[in-house]
Design a protein around this ligand. Structure first.
Ligand SMILES: Cc1ncc(C[n+]2csc(CCOP(=O)(O)OP(=O)(O)O)c2C)c(N)n1
Ligand SMILES: [Mg+2]
Length: 409
């Protein structure tokens, strides 16, 4: 007899199932509250929402372990909440209060914390986080930490040069990196098919030999399932993974944008696939919660948001003199660059990484004669054309000719 999917053992524990709902609902409620604050003119600058994309932010970040690293984008409020930031951190940021993570110096989610939350602060230049997080992933491996680095990028952002350079670097270095491409159908007012001739953005990862998957970004459980697999794969040293989450930006680019260019039917299609409703149904069908638990989560969120809003509203704006503080290091950092490492420090047995190749002189510039000598040593040097091609310079011919061996240093 075919087993009833609703009766199979759930892949989430009861506790996880409820915690995931808490984050998903908190992300949504916080977004709604921020919209109200924007309309009350209490937000300094733009407001970039994540309505419709909550399952992708929450499901991917939830797959990480405590010591892992993230670099979110401005719509990944859900990921920040999962990593331990509180709604007040995001409210005070947007309200530019001195109590915010950037002390009121930035009006969006451009903040991070390298010590506790392991969050690399994003900047506006789309694509740049891919090479940066590849570096974080490689640094973790170098230090012998089994960490995974995760970052997010929009469909539009995958068309930047930095994205492609970063992906290639991550692939060739087999960096433990998970890149989540949030294909939310729009980049500002440009529909996805007008900026990339692709059906699946997962193809962009495959082009670099990266394991790449496409998932329904509105299905929290599907996102979490694939993210857990990706994180595990990266952690075990099998190289980077790209996850394309197909979803929909349910508002304009930011609050100033009424998104009139989006066909109404498109909104309706995606509204029927709302991530919160889908996850609610999942919990209902598997009896993973009851009305009392649901109400308790809603009450908790209401309580927490009210307390954090009061905190944010009562927080002062930064004093003017703060503008010139924290710009340059005034002895607050004790970082000394140590450029010259002893070679033995980098080789076994001190390092667990066995070098697989050697580069003569560590790649230092060589003289023309030395290049020619090395060239002559190669068996395929005989393939050099005996007769110069038209246009080949005398200098090139000279290099191709055998030269006396240089003295070994
Ligand atoms: C390198 C770079 N080019 C252009 C911009 C301006 N810009 C900011 S957001 C945006 C659209 C991004 O679309 P997408 O990557 O799909 O993300 P979404 O807003 O849909 O989440 C653009 C073009 C930028 N920030 N960085
Ligand atoms: Mg987009």
């Amino acid at each position: 007899m075919k087993s009833d999917p609703a009766r199979r053992r759930p892949e989430l524990t009861h506790e996880e199932a409820l915690e995931l709902y808490y984050y998903l609902r908190l992300n949504r409620s916080l977004d709604e509250l921020l919209v109200r604050l924007f309309r009350q003119n209490k937000i300094v600058g733009g407001l970039y929402g994540s309505l419709g994309q909550e399952a992708t932010s929450v499901g991917t970040a939830y797959a990480l372990a405590k010591g892992d690293w993230i670099a979110p984008l401005i719509r990944n409020v859900g990921s920040l909440l999962v990593r331990g930031y509180r709604p007040r951190d995001i409210m005070t940021q947007y309200m530019a209060r001195v109590t915010s993570p950037t002390q009121g110096k930035d009006g969006t989610c451009h903040f991070g914390d390298l010590k506790t939350h392991h969050v690399v602060a994003p900047i506006s230049m789309l694509g740049d986080l891919i090479p940066v997080m590849t570096g974080v992933a490689m640094a973790g491996r170098y230090l012998g930490q089994k960490i995974v680095a995760m970052t997010w990028i929009g469909d539009g952002g995958t068309s930047t040069g930095a994205f492609h350079e970063g992906m290639n670097l991550a692939a060739v270095q087999r960096a433990p990196l998970v890149v989540v491409v949030e294909n939310n159908q729009w980049a500002y007012s440009t529909p996805v098919n007008r900026q990339a001739p692709l059906h699946d953005f997962a193809d962009r990862g495959r082009a670099y030999g990266i394991a790449s998957y496409t998932v329904d970004g509105n299905d929290l459980v599907a996102v979490l399932r694939i993210a857990r697999e990706a994180v595990e794969r990266a952690r075990q040293g099998h190289g980077p993974v790209l996850i394309e989450a197909k979803t929909m930006r349910m508002l304009g680019h930011a609050q100033h944008d009424p998104a009139e260019y989006v066909p109404r039917e498109m909104f309706e299609y995606w509204k029927a696939r709302d991530p919160l409703s889908l996850y609610g149904k999942y919990l209902d069908q598997r009896n993973l919660w009851n009305e009392k638990e649901k109400a308790a989560i809603h009450a908790r969120i209401e309580r927490e948001l009210a307390a954090d809003l009061e905190f944010a509203e009562n927080s002062p704006f930064p004093p003017p003199e703060l503008a010139e503080q924290g710009v340059y290091c005034q002895g607050c950092h004790d970082i000394k660059a140590e450029w010259r490492r002893a070679k033995e420090d980098l080789m076994p047995p001190k390092s667990s990484v066995k070098p697989e190749w050697t580069i003569k002189n560590f790649g230092a510039m060589e003289t023309e004669a030395a290049v020619a000598a090395d060239h002559a040593e190669q068996p395929d040097a005989a393939m050099e054309p005996a007769v110069a091609h038209p246009g080949q310079t005398a200098r090139k011919r000279k290099i191709a000719a055998p030269a006396p061996r240089r003295a070994r240093r």
